[in-house]
Ligand binder design. Structure first.
Ligand SMILES: Cc1cc2nc3c(=O)[nH]c(=O)nc-3n(C[C@H](O)[C@H](O)[C@H](O)COP(=O)(O)O)c2cc1C
Length: 714
């Protein structure tokens, strides 16, 4: 009995302090008793583990098998399972299941931690020292793996299922799975059925060959969200070069992938812009890209009508039609939901919960009906500070992390602005192209018309048989003639005797001055030519005005003949208008001739003429006077002779005598008069001198009276 009791006590002590982990359980794996080593291995206190099922501390994948083993223990059964401790670290375990005689529902399990290949790390009490040092080294490795930033998995390569036997905390953070959920599983569960991935082929090959491999896979977190997993697997061999494990390192490269994806998306948008695709297609594509990068959001681009101040949707392919309709044509303003306020304030507007936002009062109902919870709007502003469009994200959740997406939003906004600008430029270019085409057409028509004319001219030339050579010859002859005549004209002009030739243009400038007289007047051709009259100092103001009047008259077509006195000389002026080829008066030709000498001769002649005229007058006066002087005595003689003839009877002798006396007296008178006439030339010559003489005025008057008496009787 004592021995029995002693045995019991001893066994109890041995059970309690055995280095090997021992647990007593029922066939359903409910733990009835666990020794210190077991508690230590799993990290629990007795009250935490007793009454719990052991299978709950074993990875799911191994549970079924363990439970089956527990049901079928016949004496002693070995089972290898993966368990995990309280802190979540994995435990590769070897269980020696021992049935208890007479207690078919009880089992004792001797639990040993293995290195994954069945080599127990704590097999017997004797190997404790070795185990402790191995444990220490393992602890160091474990700590390192636990501290690693990348997910690290170790899979058992000797199990064809390649079960996970170790996963570090970073893997749990990355995937959202707890350690207990993944141990014993093949990693393919991370693919979540997304099996059509070319990278898997390479991975399979590498696993089959037992070599390194690096691939990027689409994997899914526990919450179903996708992430890009850059997986590197490395084979581990034992001393005999047997492949025992694979180590897998997982790196979440979603950000990098997304950045690359965004780059690709931006490139594809730019390509569309460069290819001049329709603005509608480009904006729709931008919206699709935005939606691909913003989980659970719908994008919309609305164009601002500057005149009306209203927003009109350009691209919103995912937005529910009813909501689209509700916001279409929205007037911008300080209280006009997100995009309206954004366009109005020219700033970004984020409404995390539009159910409570006062600016959403008019559109709230429609938004909620269409599961829109938050809204983020950005204005796209042109170079001249005008809002062109708004870019809006309507999201199903309120938890939109703006910071992460702002750059993408800004990039897409810029691209939208670029596309719109490009579109506007294209429209302007199109208009310009049409204009140019029109001009080109007109030009072509003109060219054609000109070509026609040219052809006709050529035809005419051909017809008139006038060869170019002949024309040149003729032109040369004409030129020579012109040169000769010009030389001739120059010679004439230069030697123009006693005169000056001046040509004035329309501005009354002397364009040509020549003539012999220039030298005489001490004038120089160079000082006159090309100058305006007012700029030539040799002329007085009065002279200039007179010349200007004459030039203007000539330029109007008059021919002027005049005279001027200049420097004591008299000049005759003769002007004539000169015509251009198109028959317009462009010059006035003035010929100034020095006529001072002629003028003097003319004056002399004039004087002679006057004295001649005076002489003639004197002569005629003299003749009339002489004829009068002769007539008086002659008529007296005649009348006396007639009377003598009538008084020829006797007794009238006295009377006859009287008449004879009278005749005599008159003849005498005649002789005196004649002498006077004859002495006239002497008088002219100044040879006759006055002489004082007695004159009987009474007798003379008496005679006169008698004569008059006789004449009266007659
Ligand atoms: C060490 C190691 C780690 C692995 N990690 C992952 C992983 O993180 N994600 C994944 O999808 N597949 C992973 N795999 C690959 C899968 O386990 C599996 O080999 C792959 O899906 C191809 O095989 P299957 O066609 O049988 O699924 C890993 C494989 C090994 C060996």
């Amino acid at each position: 009995m004592i021995a029995q009791i002693k045995d019991t006590v001893v066994l109890k002590r041995f059970f309690e302090y055995a280095a090997e982990a021992v647990v007593v359980m029922d066939t359903n794996s409910i733990i009835l008793k666990a020794n210190r080593s077991f508690l230590c291995l799993f990290g629990y206190r007795p009250d935490e583990i007793v009454g719990q099922k052991l299978v709950n501390h074993i990875v799911k994948a191994n549970r079924k098998k363990l439970l089956a083993d527990l049901q079928n223990v016949n004496g002693e059964t070995n089972s290898r399972v993966l368990g995990y401790s309280k802190d979540g670290s994995s435990l590769a375990l070897q269980l020696k299941l021992v049935s208890v005689p007479q207690e078919p529902d009880l089992l004792i399990a001797f639990v040993n931690q293995t290195d994954g290949h069945g080599d127990t790390t704590t097999t017997t009490a004797q190997s404790i020292t070795k185990a402790t040092s191995a444990q220490n080294s393992m602890d160091i490795h474990k700590k390192a793996l636990n501290a690693a930033g990348n997910g690290i998995l170790i899979v058992d390569a000797q199990d064809p299922q390649l079960p996970i036997i170790f996963s570090n905390p970073a893997f749990g953070h990355m995937t959202g799975y707890r350690n207990s959920e993944v141990l014993g599983l093949n990693c393919r569960f991370l693919q979540n059925g997304d099996r059509d991935q070319p990278a898997l082929k390479r991975l399979r090959k590498a696993i089959k060959k037992g070599v390194d491999c690096k691939v990027i896979l689409r994997n899914y977190r526990k919450d179903g969200s996708m992430f890009w997993n850059e997986l590197t697997i490395t084979p581990v061999h034992d001393q005999e070069q047997n492949l025992t494990h694979f180590i897998g390192v997982q790196h979440d490269v979603t950000k990098e992938k997304k950045a690359l994806q965004l780059q690709g998306d931006i490139r594809s948008i730019l390509e569309k812009i460069a290819l001049d695709q329709p603005l509608k297609t480009i904006t729709k594509h931008i919206v699709r890209v935005a939606e691909a990068h913003f989980n659970g959001c719908m994008a919309s681009i609305s164009l601002l009508n500057q005149k009306m101040g209203t927003l009109h949707q350009m691209a919103a392919p995912s937005l529910p039609k009813a909501f689209s309709k509700a916001v279409e044509g929205m007037a911008i303003g300080p209280e006009a939901c997100s995009c309206g306020v954004s366009a109005y304030s020219k700033s970004e507007v984020f409404v995390p919960d539009l159910a409570t936002d006062p600016n959403w009062k008019d559109y709230r109902e429609s938004a909620i009906e269409n599961h829109i919870k938050s809204c983020w709007s950005m204005p796209i502003i042109s170079n001249n500070q005008e809002v062109i469009v708004t870019f809006t994200m309507y999201c199903e959740s309120s938890n939109v992390t703006l910071k992460a997406y702002r750059e993408i939003m800004a990039d897409l906004s810029q691209l939208t602005a670029l596309a719109i600008n490009q579109h506007r430029i294209r429209i302007e270019l199109e208009a310009s192209r049409r204009k140019i085409e029109k001009y080109a057409q007109t030009l072509e028509d003109k060219v054609q018309a000109r070509t026609g004319e040219l052809k006709a001219t050529v035809q005419q030339l051909v017809e008139s048989n006038l060869s170019l050579e002949d024309q040149i010859k003729e032109t040369m002859i004409a030129e020579k003639k012109a040169q000769r005549s010009q030389a001739l004209f120059s010679a004439i002009a230069q030697n123009f005797p006693k005169g000056i030739i001046v040509v004035f243009n329309e501005n009354i400038e002397m364009v040509y001055v020549e003539g012999e007289e220039l030298g005489r007047l001490d004038l120089k051709k160079q000082e006159l030519e090309g100058k305006r009259l007012t700029d030539i100092p040799v002329f007085s103001k009065n002279q200039i005005e007179n010349i200007q009047v004459l030039v203007r008259q000539t330029l109007k077509g008059k021919h002027i003949s005049d005279e001027i006195t200049y420097n004591g000389n008299v000049y005759s002026i003769n002007s004539t208008p000169l015509y251009s080829d198109d028959n317009n008066i462009v010059w006035a030709l003035f010929v100034y001739s020095n006529i001072t000498d002629q003028k003097m001769v003319q004056n002399e002649l004039l004087k002679a003429l006057i004295s001649e005229r005076e002489l003639n007058e004197l002569k005629s006066r003299f003749i009339s006077m002489a004829s009068h002087e002769f007539r008086t005595p002659l008529s007296a003689i005649l009348s006396s002779a007639i009377l003598i003839g009538k008084q020829n009877e006797p007794g009238k002798e006295e009377r006859r005598e009287k008449h004879v006396t009278r005749i005599k007296a008159n003849v005498k008178n005649l002789v005196v008069i004649l002498n006077d006439f004859l002495s006239l030339s002497k008088l002219e010559e100044g040879k006759v001198l006055p002489k004082q003489e007695y004159f009987d005025l009474t007798a003379y008057i008496k005679t006169l009276l008698e004569e008059m008496e006789i004449n009266k009787k007659e």
